[in-house]
Design a protein around this ligand. Structure first.
Ligand SMILES: Nc1ncnc2c1ncn2[C@@H]1O[C@H](COP(=O)(O)OP(=O)(O)OP(=O)(O)O)[C@@H](O)[C@H]1O
Ligand SMILES: [Mg+2]
Length: 275
């Protein structure tokens, strides 16, 4: 059974357009067809890039996948639940429990430690699967285990301002995973990071994916899509291609190469400085 199943997804935005003052009826509506019938499904353990030019419908699709918005037509089944039919409470529950969000801007709370940031999604979850209330201790344990998974266990008492961009994004990834969601939805997750940190984060996603995590990532950059295993492309609200990546690049290999090139460059410029 697929984790994500979209069938005939359409999303139309109706925009009231004010006419010139000389007209007496005042208003008319323009319909923007942002998605025009998208079919897409993903199985557990996939790592998919969503690509497409500006205005092609990527954010609209992300909002629907993330249960932040409902389609105008079509069905979205997530982990066996038909989301389009759910009431707003169920819809919010699905969003909090089934999806782990990672954003370009990290979206961490500034006055809150790394550990507390990661604990946050656990507050929505009032009871454990066995019906018991979760203890404060259990919550801290889960959050620190998630930070350990992203290699940031030693920094759990740091505030976001005391962490590098790459480390902040690791905290955000730990937060996205702490509820053990059905999939991780990442929107340009390395958009604010330099090359080194970008490769580190892509390496982390690849490692999580090897452990079985399902990841959907929106990116503008083909170089980043090359680290994923499947690329879907939108154009004018339609899914125009869906391709397996035959030779996925290894981000940590590229990181090692980048570091050694960098070291050579630094060496070269320092010798230049001496002469
Ligand atoms: N709230 C809205 N109201 C009206 N039209 C909208 C709204 N949001 C998006 N659109 C339109 O829907 C289409 C798809 O927009 P969307 O934001 O999904 O594109 P995108 O692929 O994310 O683009 P970008 O790469 O620039 O972020 C565009 O034509 C856009 O103008
Ligand atoms: Mg967008």
């Amino acid at each position: 059974m697929p984790v994500i199943e979209l069938r005939g997804i359409k999303r139309e935005y109706r925009m009231e357009v004010k006419k010139g003052s000389e007209s007496n009826d005042g208003q008319s509506a323009v319909v923007v067809r942002a998605l025009r019938g998208v079919d897409f499904s993903a199985r557990a353990g996939e790592f998919v890039s969503v690509m497409g030019p500006s205005g092609s419908g990527k954010s609209t699709l992300m909002n629907i996948l993330g249960c932040l918005d409902k389609p105008s037509a079509g069905t979205y089944t997530l982990d066996g639940i038909e989301t389009s039919k759910s009431d707003s409470d169920t819809f919010a529950y699905i969003r909090n429990r089934k999806i782990g969000f990672v954003f370009q801007s990290f979206n961490l709370l500034a006055r809150t430690t790394a550990l507390e940031n990661v604990e946050l999604p656990l507050f929505y979850r009032r009871r454990e699967k066995n019906g018991k209330r979760q203890s404060v201790h259990a919550r801290k344990e889960r959050a620190s285990a998630a930070l350990r998974e992203v290699g940031l266990h030693e920094r759990m008492d740091h505030f976001p301002s005391q962490l590098s961009g790459g480390q902040q994004q690791r905290v955000a990834i730990a937060r996205a995973m702490v509820n053990d969601p059905a999939f991780i939805l990442a929107d340009e997750p390395t958009g604010n990071l330099d090359t080194g940190m970008t490769l580190e984060i892509m390496g982390l996603f690849q490692e999580l994916n090897r452990q079985g995590k399902t990841i959907i990532m929106v990116t503008h950059e083909p170089e980043l899509a090359a680290y994923t295993r499947r690329i879907i492309t939108l154009r004018d609200g339609e899914l125009v291609s869906d391709q397996e990546v035959t030779e996925t690049r290894n981000a940590l290999d590229d990181l090692a190469q980048w570091k050694s090139d960098h070291a050579l460059l630094a060496e070269a410029s320092s010798t230049e400085g001496i002469t």
